[in-house]
Design a protein around this ligand. Structure first.
Ligand code: NAD
Length: 332
């Protein structure tokens, strides 16, 4: 049996990991708390530490994991910005991830957020339940004929672009590694970042968090955007400078902002804080805008995605144990 310390687990993680093929060869040690230096000792005796997006595997934490006998870091997600990959390599740790569990889940959530925000479905739902059938303040716009800017046309961005094409929008795209054949097939036009920002009615982020994408949307890039632009971020919170976002919202420059991720989401997203005082003043401010819609990093949360995350995570662990080629080693 392979001992696996699983951090930041929720009931749905346990359900799907306990059902996936190969689970009978693994002893899961489920922990609800997140991994950090202070909690690394919980992996003592485990060969594998299994992490999610908000576990913090910095160098000191990785050193502690190695001391406790961990050989493999198995991420249950695609992004790996929360693991110091260079330190892991130096320490002889192998890092695997689930690069594509369901790009459709995330793309569909991005579009769901836009439709909800634009047509004010969330507000209408609450009104109607209180027998308020007034339509005042619920005016939206037709998506048809608008211009959508997709930043990052990898697995998720490309599907998002295709869905938006189905609404009859023009789609502009920006990516340092464009896919011209795909763009030609789907009627998508690659442009420079500034052109995309200037011409788009809706801007949707689908890039990984890297040093060069940190605060990709900031005071300067917001200033290039159209008055009334809608912004969607289902990728990583730190792609947006939250202070600049709030400033642009306060002056009425942005028509709507839909976020599934937030710069300082650790310790807040995925938790029930309904009985507590929210300590994050920027998040508190964001929640007061009528044209901001926030979900708590749930874009991945479909049955298909959870099943695939569990299947690939176990396959990664078993392949590591048997010396078979790893399914999803990090690209670094
Ligand atoms: P991917 O690797 O398939 O695609 C990323 C694309 O971004 C690539 O084409 C890359 O060339 C491009 N890119 C890199 N730097 C860029 C830049 N500076 N400007 C423009 N494009 C750039 O990744 P993916 O599977 O499509 O996922 C995208 C991101 O979505 C992930 O990195 C992750 O952060 C996020 N994500 C979020 C959730 C969620 O639940 N909210 C779930 C899965 C993934």
């Amino acid at each position: 049996m392979i001992e696996v310390a699983v951090f930041d687990t929720k009931p749905y993680d346990r359900e799907y990991l306990n059902q996936a093929p190969g689970t009978e060869r693994v002893t899961w040690r489920f922990h609800e708390f997140r991994l950090c230096l202070e909690t690394a000792a919980a992996a003592k005796g485990a060969r594998v530490a299994c992490l999610f997006v908000n576990d913090q595997a910095d160098r000191a934490c990785l050193e502690a994991l190695v001391l406790h006998g961990v050989k493999l870091i198995a991420l249950r997600c695609a992004g790996f910005n929360n693991v110091d990959i260079a330190a892991a390599r130096e320490l002889g740790l192998v890092v695997v991830r689930v690069p594509a569990y369901s790009p459709h889940a995330v793309a569909e959530h991005a579009v769901a957020l836009l439709l909800t925000l634009n047509r004010k479905i969330h507000r209408a739902f609450n009104r109607v339940r209180e027998l308020n059938f007034s339509l005042s303040g619920l005016v939206g716009f037709d998506l048809h004929g608008k211009t959508v800017g997709i930043i990052g046309t990898g697995k998720i961005g490309s599907i998002t672009a295709q869905i938006f094409r189905g609404f009859g929008t023009e789609v502009l795209a920006h990516d340092p590694f464009p896919a011209p054949d795909w763009a030609a097939t789907h009627g998508v036009r690659y442009v420079g970042l500034n052109t995309l920002l200037k011409e788009s009615d809706i801007v949707s982020l689908h890039v990984p968090l890297l040093p060069e994408t940190h605060h990709l949307l900031n005071e300067q890039t917001f200033s290039l955007m159209k008055q009334g632009v809608f912004i969607l971020n289902t990728s990583r919170g730190k792609l947006i400078d939250t202070g600049a976002l709030i400033a642009a919202l306060k002056v009425g420059h942005l028509g709507g902002v839909a976020l599934d991720v937030y710069e300082e989401e650790q310790g807040v997203f995925f938790e029930d804080l309904s009985g507590q005082v929210l300590q994050d003043d920027e998040l508190s401010r964001l929640l007061t805008f009528p044209n901001v819609l926030i979900t708590a990093h749930q874009a991945f949360l479909t049955r298909e995605a959870l099943g695939e995350i569990a299947r690939v995570t176990i396959a990664n662990i078993l392949h590591f144990e048997t010396g078979e080629p790893l399914i999803a080693d990090t690209p670094l």
